[in-house]
Design a protein around this ligand. Structure first.
Ligand code: AMP
Ligand code: MG
Length: 494
């Protein structure tokens, strides 16, 4: 079938691109064309997402989409641009950053479509404007894995490779990943205009975000009609909920700089991320993070710190420090409640209570003491709860010292027995994933892709799209990491 809009027979150049962000004007971006890569090829294409954008037949060679999404051609209707933002990196003001290798093409079906790795922009600073195959596959797989887990995230439409050499720690090859989200506006966009005392632009940006994504902020009685304080509160809540989901599933983002924080509370900018193997609250997944600022257990605190930066940036609009603080203070109760609710669900309880929270914390202490595999523990516990068989030692066998876990399982059983109506092993099975994107799984798919075998990327995406499915044929994807996984070094370099 020729590439066309799903509901018309017209050529792709009639795709109904919209350009809301571009309507902000050129204080916010620089229009520019992507830079071509030699001989692009498909690595992976997300047909379901394409269809939801109203696009079919992208991989038809006649369609031109390989060239469009490689950045080698601009289709009619696209208005490529790179946006300007600033931000705090590793706790320090970094000044102007901007889309150094991301190029926004416009919107389809209300979703921004952005190429990452599409060449130099005025914001590339010392970078080369490129992304490598390795990091592009990781971003693609992780966005789709997070989506399947129900965690707010940007999506990934495709990865396109090229043999163009790209220098990182060693020589690699280039790729372009197409990302999709309702908006890629970051905290750093607000920090940029605030820091430069461009208050008109700051207001324009805030009004844009409120009108498009948070219209309820215009009539929020809690803030006496101050839409910007209400916006800060809404972003605070979304961010708190998102991070609570990260913690529950064992996701470590790795670079929570303010320029990587979405104004919509989406997980964005997948770089050195990792799903925990053994549970270690101090785990640092980013080898460039020498002080552990973004260690797993610090993520909620860092999110709160980042929200303070956003609050500071919005202060000229909020114009009332007490209101800004009031908005930000919602972080702690919202995070605590969401975290408790998510932990309760992991234990099979529909609602949190002090007893259940204490039970969850006791489990985490046991896991941390022996760095027990986080995903496997929760999945085995879910099956254990479903069977309730005294001879079932699958959970106990995860621990070298069985005493603590034996006592804990007894305590858990008593809790379940005392609240039989409220407990559900099914809830556990729908909450605790069987499959997560462990580093070694991504690494194996990447190694094959480097040899031009893209089937493992496709297969892994299918597995991660059904994270709660116990398909025995796929058991290998749910297994412990091999010993070599501990040696995979993931840095900011991507
Ligand atoms: P990140 O740590 O990936 O969020 O990137 C921080 C900033 O550096 C952003 O402004 C990126 O656009 C920019 N950047 C990262 N890698 C590159 C690259 N290879 N070329 C140009 N800019 C880059
Ligand atoms: Mg970034």
């Amino acid at each position: 079938m020729n590439a066309s809009l799903a509901d018309t027979n017209d050529a792709t150049d009639t795709a109904p691109w919209a350009h809301s962000f571009a309507s902000l004007g050129e204080d916010f971006f620089v229009p520019l064309k992507p830079t071509a890569v030699p001989s692009p090829y498909w690595v992976e294409l997300n047909e379901a997402l394409a269809e939801s954008l109203g696009l079919v037949g992208l991989n038809d060679p006649q369609s031109g989409w390989l060239q469009y999404l490689a950045g080698n051609a601009v289709a009619d209707g696209m208005r490529p641009l790179a946006s300007v933002y600033s931000g705090h990196q590793f706790g320090v003001w970094a000044g102007q950053l901007g889309d150094g290798r991301a190029i926004l093409l416009g919107e389809l079906a209300g979703q921004e479509v952005q190429l990452k790795g599409a060449g130099l922009t005025p914001f590339s600073r010392m970078g080369d404007g490129r992304a490598v195959l390795r990091s592009s596959i990781r971003e693609y797989l992780c966005s789709e894995a997070m989506h399947a887990l129900g965690i707010p995230t940007s999506r990934a439409l495709c990865v396109i490779g090229s043999d163009l050499p790209v220098r990182r720690e060693s020589m690699e090859t280039a790729a372009v990943v197409t990302r999709v989200a309702p908006s890629f506006i970051r905290f750093g966009h607000f920090e940029h205009f605030s820091h430069n005392d461009q208050h008109l632009q700051l207001k324009q940006l805030a009004d844009f975000v409120v009108d498009r994504f948070y219209p309820e902020c215009r009539s929020d009685g809690r803030f006496g009609g101050n839409p910007y304080a209400s916006l800060l509160q809404a972003v605070t809540e979304r961010t708190a909920r998102m991070v609570a989901q990260w913690q529950a599933v064992g996701f470590c983002h790795g670079v929570m700089n303010t320029d990587n924080m979405s104004i919509l509370g989406l997980t964005i900018d997948y770089g050195p991320f990792q799903f925990l193997d053994g549970y270690d609250p101090d785990h640092i997944c980013n080898h460039s993070d020498h002080h552990g600022r973004y260690a797993f257990a610090r993520q909620p605190q860092v999110a709160y710190w980042n929200l303070y930066c956003l609050g500071q940036a919005l202060l000229p609009l909020i114009d009332d420090q007490a209101l800004a603080v009031k908005a930000l203070e919602t972080f702690k109760p919202v995070f605590s409640a969401e975290n408790a609710r998510r932990m309760a669900a992991k234990l099979g309880f529909a609602a949190a209570s002090d007893t259940v929270t204490a039970l969850g914390n006791a489990a985490l202490d046991l896991l941390a003491a022996e760095k027990v595999d986080y995903t496997i523990f929760w999945r085995r516990l879910s099956h254990w709860a479903a069977r309730r068989d005294v001879a079932d030692h699958t959970v106990r066998d995860l621990f070298i010292d069985p005493h603590g876990i034996d006592a804990w399982l007894l305590r858990f059983s008593e809790q379940v027995t005392h609240t039989p109506l409220a407990h559900s092993a099914d809830l556990m099975l729908q909450t605790n994933p069987h499959f997560v994107l462990r580093n070694h799984l991504g690494e194996l798919a990447i190694r094959a892709a480097r040899e031009k075998d893209f089937s493992q990327v496709a297969q892994l995406q299918l597995v991660l799209a059904q994270p709660f499915d116990d398909n025995p044929a796929l058991a290998g994807y749910a297994d412990f990491p091999p010993d070599w996984a501990a040696g995979i070094a993931i840095s900011c370099s991507s």
